[in-house]
Design a protein around this ligand. Structure first.
Ligand code: BGC
Length: 321
């Protein structure tokens, strides 16, 4: 939805930087480079530049042919100045005037936005949310990111830094979140939290779990995807993790419905791959945690643009609704 223009979309994530050249809603070419997340910020920046240089080289585009560069990263970040302030899960992303540095180097228009806001925008414009006026987007991955898209526009609140709903607490005595607060939904139900909870349960388990067979006894190899596989196979411990996660998310989503009353909730990220293990349960439980009498009408669906959503979201920043 970059209106036929050629845009470079960059998604800075905790483990990788995904960069693509986007024309319309098509990703023409992608480059994946590792994020040096624990290194000084200059190295992250260097890697972002390297990814742009590499994609230009691969596609044979000259920088003058690029109409804009969109960059997304976990927040909080300031989309108005294009500055990344800090990120709970990527220590290196701190105080980086990304838009200015990118403009200085490439001389093209640059837009910077929170990763989940941008992914939500792409889903709302041409993904699972197309045609809906009020979209609540959630990505459950390393962290929990959220975006609210109203009438095809990101709702940014007073400073442009809303909606950081992954850091809404559901239990003030809950586990410590990387943001420094306790009991955020991210600390209960993000991919990282699911892995942590699974390992805890496995350590305490009395009966053997099929999960351990799937990872050949190596607890470090546990991921939400493996949990999903074990749950599919009927493993009781994995099923318990899925059920608890569904309940945590529903408690929180019920609250989100109270606040935003969206038409649709779109769930993306690795955990959305739990598919039928998760979605029917979310649809059943979520309305029970909302006070709105018509909460059950809110559609809860998987995201559609999964693999490329970061790149497409970054490019969608240039869309003019
Ligand atoms: C950050 C969000 C981000 C999410 C997913 C959270 O920890 O606070 O800004 O969208 O992770 O990357």
């Amino acid at each position: 939805m970059s209106d036929g223009r050629t845009i470079i979309g960059i998604d800075i994530g905790g483990t990788k930087i995904a960069t693509g050249v986007v024309c319309g809603t098509r990703v023409l070419e992608r480059v994946l480079l590792p994020t040096p997340a624990d290194r000084p910020k200059e190295e992250v920046l260097h890697q972002v530049f390297a990814s742009v240089d590499l994609i230009l080289e691969r596609t044979g585009h000259h920088i003058e042919e690029i109409d804009g560069i969109g960059v997304v990263a976990p927040g909080p970040l300031d989309p108005r100045t294009g500055k990344v302030l800090y990120s709970p899960n990527i220590p290196a992303l701190r105080d980086i005037p990304l838009a200015r540095l990118m403009r200085e180097r490439y001389g093209r228009p640059v837009l910077v936005e929170n990763d989940a806001n941008a992914a939500g925008l792409a889903e709302a414009l041409f993904g699972a949310g197309a045609g809906y006026a009020h979209v609540f987007y959630v990505t459950v991955s390393t962290g929990i990111g959220t975006g609210v898209i109203l009438g095809g526009k990101i709702y940014g609140g007073r400073t442009g830094m809303a909606v950081e709903a992954g850091h809404v607490t559901i239990d003030y005595e809950g586990p410590l979140c990387n943001c420094g607060h306790r009991g955020c939904i991210e600390a209960f139900a993000s991919g990282t939290a699911i892995t942590r909870r699974t390992k805890e349960k496995l350590r305490q388990a009395r009966a053997p779990s099929h999960l351990l067979d799937l990872v050949a006894g190596d607890l470090e190899a546990i991921t939400p995807i493996v949990v999903g596989e074990a749950a599919q196979g009927g493993d009781p411990l994995a099923l318990e993790i899925v059920e608890e996660t569904a309940r945590f998310l529903s408690i929180w989503l019920g609250g989100m419905i109270n606040i935003f009353d969206p038409d649709i909730i779109i769930l993306g990220g690795g955990v959305s791959q739990w598919g039928d293990l998760l979605f029917p349960r979310l649809r059943q439980l979520t309305p029970t945690y909302s006070i709105l009498p018509r909460a059950a009408e809110v559609a809860i669906v998987p995201a559609r643009l999964e693999a490329d959503v970061g790149i497409l979201g970054a490019a969608a920043l240039f869309a003019t609704p």
